[in-house]
Structures are given as C-alpha cells and as structure tokens.
Design a binder for this molecule. Structure first.
Ligand SMILES: [Fe+2]
Length: 275
C-alpha cells in the first residue's frame, strides 16, 4: 500500500465516526475514547512494524489495519450502549461488515484487502485460528493483536486510577468490585493459558485476564514496551494481596523471561509479504 493512500483512509474514518456524534454524554465519551485508542494503536503498530524491519509498504498496510481494527466499536456502542461483544455482537465481525458494505478498501489489491479483513476479524479472538495458513494474514494478525493489547494495558494501568474511568460502565463491563479472584482464571494463568472472558466475574478477574495476555504476545518490541512502561506492575497493585495473586505474579515473571529468550532464539524470517 502506498503511503499517500493513508490520509485518504484516515479522512474517511474521521467522517465515518463523526456520524456517531451524540448529545448523550455516555455515547460521546465512549466514541471519543475509541477514536483516541485507534490513534494510539496506529502508533503502536508502526513502532512494532519498524522494530520488525518491515518495508514501507508493509508498514503502511499494518497502519491501515490498526486504523480500521475497531471500526465496529462505533456502531456497536451507539446501537447497544456497550462494548461487551457477548451482550451485543462481535465488534470485529461488525467492523469487517462495515468495511465491505462501504467498499472503502475495494480499490486496494485483493491480496491486501484479504489481509486487512482477516487481521481485523481475528484481532479479538482468543487465538488466531490454527487452520489459518496464509503467512501474511498470520503475521499481520499478530501485529494488530500486540498493538491493541499494548494500548489496552496502557489504559488500564495508567488511566484506570481515574475514578471516572472506573465508573464508566462501558469500560469495566459493569463488573463488581471484590476481594476474591475466580479460581478458573488463576488456574489458566498458572498453566500458561489466556484467561477466558466467560470466567470473569469481578474487576480482579478482568485485571488478571489482562495480565494473562502475556501468553499471547508475539514480538520482542512488545515485551520491551511492557517492561519499559511497567504496565504489569501497575496492574498487580490493584489486585488483592493474597497468596494466589503472589503465585500468579511470580509465575508471570518467570513466563515473561522464558518468552523473551524464546523470541531471541527465533530465526530471522522474510517479511516481504507484498509484491
Ligand atoms: Fe482495539
């Protein structure tokens, strides 16, 4: 994708989200929140793409995926007043549907369109489907998943302390405060699995679920950022000081080290995906 095409798509994106402007403060606030998130994910993905030494055309494609990855969030919130996919619909599928209906990326080469649609469709799944065989789709899906997670961890670890965000029902999915953690989530983390949203019963569980993303991060630069910004430490601080949380913390620390040395050992592979 040509660098010059990006401003055109960004302009379209701005006009698209402007349609959802609302006099209702809750809607307006959450639309702005997602627009700001999109901007930061665009920056994150460029940072990861550059660290992976992608060529300009692959970097531009990555940035476009980031721009559109949460497109479905705008219709989702204005229609259902929630970001909870279970209580509304899958925002990734919704976003792809909007892209296809509007035909906004139909001028791009078909191979690029395919990568964009698939990376968006997979960005919020528990995992990239194991039967996905397209190497470019897998690579760009991993990029957007890392870029997205980095920003959510940033939001949760930094802005979370602001009472207004805790009280925003759209962000915390109306979860109650609690002094306990769900056993299923602790078990998943201690066995190196990502926690499941269906096991989340309170705010602690949600924080633990975000910590469990460590098992699904793909790029060395993502780990560098995680450490540099102290995201995990900031999230630990809000968890109850129990023995099981201490075990989770020690386990994640060890897993992080193992992930990083695994990545260093990975052989260099070609990343020129586009013609
Ligand atoms: Fe996102």
């Amino acid at each position: 994708m040509d660098k010059k095409a990006f401003p055109y798509f960004k302009n379209w994106f701005r006009e698209y989200i402007a349609c959802f402007a609302s006099p209702e403060p809750l809607i307006q606030k959450n639309i702005q929140l997602k627009a700001a998130h999109t901007n930061r994910v665009c920056k994150n993905i460029c940072m990861l793409a550059r660290a992976e030494k992608l060529r300009n055309k692959e970097c531009n494609l990555a940035r476009l995926i980031a721009l559109f990855h949460d497109l479905g969030r705008f219709e989702q919130f204005s229609k259902y007043r929630t970001f909870n996919d279970f209580k509304s619909e899958d925002h990734a599928v919704l976003g792809v549907r909007v892209l296809k209906e509007t035909g906004i990326i139909s001028t791009l080469p078909v191979t690029e369109q395919h990568i964009i649609y698939k990376a968006i469709e997979y960005h919020n799944r528990m995992q990239i489907p194991p039967d996905e065989a397209n190497e470019a789709v897998i690579f760009f899906s991993k990029l957007i998943r890392d870029a997205d997670k980095l920003d959510i961890l940033k939001l949760i670890s930094e802005a979370y302390e602001e009472a207004e965000i805790i009280q925003n029902p759209a962000l915390e999915l109306n979860l109650p405060k609690s002094s306990t953690c769900s056993k299923a989530i602790i078990r998943d983390i201690l066995t190196n699995k990502m926690a499941k949203l269906s096991d989340v019963k309170n705010q602690n569980d949600m924080n633990l679920l975000r910590l469990s993303w460590v098992f699904d991060l793909n790029f060395p630069e993502t780990f560098v950022q995680l450490e540099k910004q102290h995201y995990l430490e900031k999230i630990y601080k809000r968890l109850p000081k129990t023995e099981e949380v201490r075990r989770v913390r020690a386990h994640l620390k060890a897993s992080l080290k193992a992930c990083q040395s695994n990545q260093k050992a990975q052989a260099f592979h070609v990343k020129d995906f586009l013609d």
